[in-house]
Design a protein around this ligand. Structure first.
Ligand code: SAM
Length: 320
């Protein structure tokens, strides 16, 4: 591997989660454990449930967090199973949760097909046990489906010519590797070095392979069931689709009422469950971006669980 993953916005994460003795946190995207390590260095008497769906990430995190191994519960799972993961570990409530979305530098530099810069088999599965991989999407999905994926999850304006080219080439023989796919993108738009287009197409396929946006939506909703009052959700996203989901979720959950403005009396029964802590997303400094180019697209948003007896009781009865 070329580089060990450098965690992004670490000081800001420690500041917003403000760990205190005996707190319980979830690191929903443990990766190689960089953020968890920073939290434990700040306050060693924490318990951190470290979740990652990638077996290799969990192994690396175990090595990296060796000195704190008694304080971390390592779980190889999708974070969309948050509620059941905590229930199985007999944890009723947590004091904060961190999402550092996307993939790590270790995954990008691996031979698992995440990057067009490294020639390897088309795969892109974060969880090596899931069925759907990038090869199947590229070789089996209909042209219309590919166009939709590239538009919806890559926001790519050359979606149609790229999908058409893929379908034409795969009629002769299957498209097996990341380099083949990158060449097809070059041929489809007849320009060289289409760095952004290639990144967007690879991102779109990865989102579908790992069902990333669905998992994020599910996990955010689940946070409301398990967060203690004043517990925080801290989320770093790396592209606009993820950021929009987080922003909209925080906005909706922070509303006290969703009645039309002309209604004389509130009848919506809406309950505010979150208070937004970061009105605008926090972004890395120029200095951090200079030292870690992966940080350049990062956006961090934070919200805090509000006191709300009815909702908390309701959830704890139903789900724990
Ligand atoms: C950007 S990296 C996190 C890096 C980590 N914060 C660190 O300091 O090393 C994102 C990690 O989240 C994992 N991941 C992404 N989506 C996931 C999901 N739905 N469930 C579990 N893990 C996920 C990836 O496998 C990857 O290891």
């Amino acid at each position: 591997m070329d580089s060990f993953h450098k965690p992004v916005l670490t000081n800001e994460i420690v500041k917003f989660l403000a760990p205190k003795k005996n707190n319980i946190y979830v690191d929903a995207t443990l990766g190689t454990g960089g953020h968890t390590l920073a939290l434990l260095r700040k306050e060693p008497n924490l318990t951190i449930v470290g979740i990652d769906q990638d077996k290799e990430a969990i192994e690396l995190a175990k090595q990296n967090l060796q000195q704190f191994k008694n304080r971390v519960i390592f779980i190889q799972e999708n974070f969309n199973a948050l509620v059941s993961i905590l229930a199985l570990n007999k944890i009723k409530k947590i004091d904060g949760i961190l999402f550092d979305l996307g993939i790590s530098s270790n995954q990008i530099d691996s031979n698992r097909g995440f990057s067009y810069l490294r020639n390897s088999k088309l795969d892109m599965r974060m969880n090596q046990n899931t069925k759907l991989n990038a090869f199947q999407i590229i070789n089996n999905y209909k042209e219309r489906e590919l166009i939709d994926i590239f538009k919806k999850y890559g926001e790519e304006r050359f979606a149609t010519p790229i999908a058409k080219r893929i379908v034409k080439i795969r009629m002769k023989s299957p498209i097996e590797t990341t380099s083949q796919l990158a060449n097809i993108i070059d041929q489809a738009i007849r320009k060289r070095n289409l760095v952004k287009t290639k990144s967007r197409i690879f991102q779109a396929i990865r989102i579908v392979v790992n069902n990333e946006l669905f998992s994020l939506r599910e996990a955010l909703k689940d946070c409301l069931k398990v967060l203690n009052v004043n517990g925080r959700i801290v989320a770093i996203s790396y592209h606009s689709l993820e950021d929009r989901i987080i922003k909209k979720f925080f906005q909706y959950e922070s509303l006290k009422c969703i009645c039309p403005p002309n209604l004389p009396k509130c009848g919506c029964n809406k309950i505010q469950t979150l208070k937004i802590i970061t009105r605008k997303p926090v972004v890395p400094t120029d200095e951090e971006i200079k030292n870690n180019s992966r940080a350049r697209s990062a956006k961090l948003r934070v919200a805090e669980r509000c006191y709300n007896e009815r909702k908390i009781n309701e959830y704890s009865n139903h789900y724990l």
